[in-house]
Design a protein around this ligand. Sequence first.
Ligand SMILES: Nc1ncnc2c1ncn2[C@@H]1O[C@H](COP(=O)(O)OP(=O)(O)O)[C@@H](O)[C@H]1O
Ligand SMILES: [Mg+2]
Length: 158
Amino acid sequence: MKIAAIVSTKGGPGKSTVGANLGAFCADAGLRTLLIDLDNQPSLSSFYALSHEAPGGTYQLIAKNETRADQIISQTCIPNLSLIHSNDPFNQLSNLLLHAADGRLRLKNLMPAFESDFDLILIDTPPDQRYGWRCVFFTIAHDHPPCLAGLRARGLLD
Ligand SMILES: Nc1ncnc2c1ncn2[C@@H]1O[C@H](COP(=O)(O)OP(=O)(O)O)[C@@H](O)[C@H]1O
Ligand SMILES: [Mg+2]
């Protein structure tokens, strides 16, 4: 299973659009693809119609360590393309991760739960670089060196 995060310090350059299209392209090519919408403004979550909507989303994933598919994984109308939708309208998760003892590693530690069901995970991110999210993205990016080039170029990584 491969994991990629789409990251930018700015709002509006097209992160969610890239995530949605890349996800659909990969799903169409036969990869079992999971989109995770970590932006509390849920544009990726509303990009595609859903054939099945799970009761929970990113709040349950991050705050409750919930990984059961029937609880958090929605199915888009595109075959092979699933979604964990954003349901953090008050932007609580960033703060929660900042103060959690395992905040830097929590998202990374949740990923193996999806290994048997997905070939690819694409994570859409909010534009802010608040510490709670930033360390989570970097934890993932460190596992995937090609993701780092753009961050280094912008002085966001040592
Ligand atoms: N390649 C593109 N060409 C023109 N408009 C685009 C392109 N990519 C995204 N947009 C538009 O720009 C706006 C912001 O895109 P979005 O993906 O929501 O950005 P972000 O997730 O980075 O905030 C949206 O209205 C989207 O339709
Ligand atoms: Mg976006």
